[in-house]
Design a protein around this ligand. Structure first.
Ligand code: GDP
Length: 298
């Protein structure tokens, strides 16, 4: 048996890369019976049925480190959350939503602040970098125009299965093309241009770059949903809140209208960024609204 990784799945065929060779595999029926079908990103053992034709059978799926539902992809362990200093201007609430989603999925988070060449004074870059480093995230300020810190992006990707997340136009494809010229990523934007409907199955695909880095091209990663997050749970994904959760109402406190709230105090004292706190409130409201809607529809 050989061990490899599923890099692509198309209509019941799984393309398994084993040390630079790709085998076209079917999966054993047993997986379907157990309701555990292979996913792109799965590490698998395969048996070879035709060495010359490079055909095999997926015999075993190794335990997953992570599993994203939409798009369905296994074993992603890092997310490069990308947004630009300008063109488009930073959308911080969206950024914080990406962070919430990624924290919830237990992914390693790196914030990529792109197009720094457009920030002549460097002031915007500096303040954003400081804010997120204070929260506890690694921030890479990059530009594909000047090449600033692009080698660090590649370094971050080594040894991981990563995904680039971020709104359209922030420079994700440009960054990937810069570090891995020739890779042709079919991004979400392109899929939309092709008019793929909402209900079409979205495929994820993995690409190997450098020595040991894998990037997942995952159309749909940006369309994650908040509706299965609980109101009390949200605060866990604002990681800087943790040390200030000395609230009178303990874990019941959602840091909104409650008295003697440690988080509100920390915002007042300047220990938690006011902007991040406002993002938190906004996402909290969204979750509440979603829950309200769900109830009304029952
Ligand atoms: P994506 O939608 O996130 O994949 O963004 P693209 O990579 O398609 O980039 C969107 C636009 O931003 C394109 O016109 C790029 O030429 C431009 N762009 C990308 N990186 C940079 C950069 O570092 N500096 C500047 N000034 N423009 C960039």
């Amino acid at each position: 048996m050989l061990e490899g990784i599923i890099i692509k799945g198309i209509s019941g065929f799984y393309y398994v890369e084993v040390q630079d060779t790709i085998y076209e595999c079917k999966a054993r029926g047993i997986f379907r019976k157990r309701n555990k079908t292979p996913l792109v990103g799965d590490r698998v053992s395969i048996s070879i049925v035709d060495e010359e034709g490079k055909k095999g059978i997926v015999e075993e799926i190794h335990p997953r480190v992570s599993e994203l539902v939409r798009p369905p992809v296994a074993n992603i362990n890092k997310v490069m959350i990308t947004f630009s200093v300008k063109e488009p201007n930073p959308n911080f609430v969206l950024l914080d939503r990406f962070i919430v989603f990624s924290e919830r999925e237990n992914l390693d988070i790196v914030i990529v602040l792109s197009k720094t060449d457009l920030d002549e004074s460097g002031e915007i870059t500096k303040s954003i970098q400081e804010e997120f480093e204070k929260v506890g995230y690694k921030v890479l300020a990059v530009s594909t125009k000047t090449g600033e810190n692009m080698e660090k992006v590649l370094e971050e990707l080594e040894g991981c299965i990563s995904v680039f997340a971020g709104q359209s136009g922030v420079g994700k494809s440009s960054i990937i093309n810069y570090i891995a010229p020739g890779i042709d990523l079919a991004t979400a934007e392109i899929s939309q241009k092709l008019g793929r409907g909402k209900h079409t199955t979205r495929h994820a695909e993995l690409f190997k770059i450098g020595k040991n880095a894998i990037i997942a091209d995952t159309p749909g990663f940006s369309s994650f949903e908040l509706n299965n997050i609980e109101v009390e749970e949200l605060q866990e994904y604002f990681i800087e809140f943790e040390q200030y959760r000395t609230c009178k109402f303990g874990s019941k406190c959602i840091h909104k209208n409650e008295p003697a709230c440690g988080i509100k105090q920390a915002v007042e004292d300047g220990n938690i960024s006011k902007r991040r706190y406002e993002s938190y409130l906004q996402i909290l409201d969204e979750i509440n609204n979603l829950k309200g809607k769900l109830k009304r529809n029952l």
